[in-house]
Design a protein around this ligand. Structure first.
Ligand SMILES: C[S@@+](CC[C@H](N)C(=O)[O-])C[C@H]1O[C@@H](n2cnc3c(N)ncnc32)[C@H](O)[C@@H]1O
Length: 159
């Protein structure tokens, strides 16, 4: 399976980079994982509603340009559907069974995802109603995807 994780902006914090590299390395036993960073739109602190919409739309266009028509898209969204780790494992297992070989997880920038990206997504996945920084979200996501593969293989992993 080919999994891409599409994110906005460059990852700066070293501790996050190290953690993500570790899980991507572990995941390489199960899937081909690629992290795609699209440029973030420079935005001052104070933005009008319209300006925020424009930032999300520009970032959204860059995200959509990285998604092929045959890709199953899972958008990370606070208001999306919450799943247990076992349910996420089941989702990935079913996608593989139905021959979906390309999956993209999409994480929004600091203002979130545009409506266009949410509309393109096949499902919206929430990790709780709390807001996580988008860079930390990458680490949480790769750990959960790794956990999902361990669950599907029946391999031991600390609870
Ligand atoms: C800082 S958050 C954006 C916050 C923005 N106000 C919103 O409502 O989307 C950046 C991105 O991280 C992801 N994210 C943050 N918290 C999340 C959560 N609890 N569940 C799923 N995704 C989350 C989403 O993709 C979001 O677009």
């Amino acid at each position: 399976m080919n999994i891409s994780i599409i994110t906005v902006g460059k990852l700066k914090e070293k501790y996050l980079k190290l953690g993500i590299e570790e899980y991507v390395k572990r995941l390489s036993a199960y899937a081909k994982v690629e992290i795609i960073e699209v440029a973030d739109e420079k935005a001052p602190e104070e933005l009008s509603e319209l300006e925020m919409l424009q930032v999300k739309q520009k970032e959204g266009e860059r995200i959509l340009a990285k998604i092929s028509a045959d890709t199953y898209v899972i958008a990370l969204a606070i208001q999306g559907k919450m799943q247990s780790s076992e349910e996420l494992a089941d989702t990935l297992d079913k996608l593989a069974t139905y021959g979906k070989s390309k999956i993209a997880f999409v994480i929004g920038g600091s203002l979130g995802l545009s409506d266009e990206v949410l509309q393109r997504s096949n499902e919206k996945l929430s990790f709780s109603r709390m807001t996580f920084p988008h860079q930390l979200m990458r680490l949480i996501l790769v750990e959960q995807v790794y956990r999902a593969y361990r669950i599907n293989r029946g391999e031991p992993y600390h609870k």
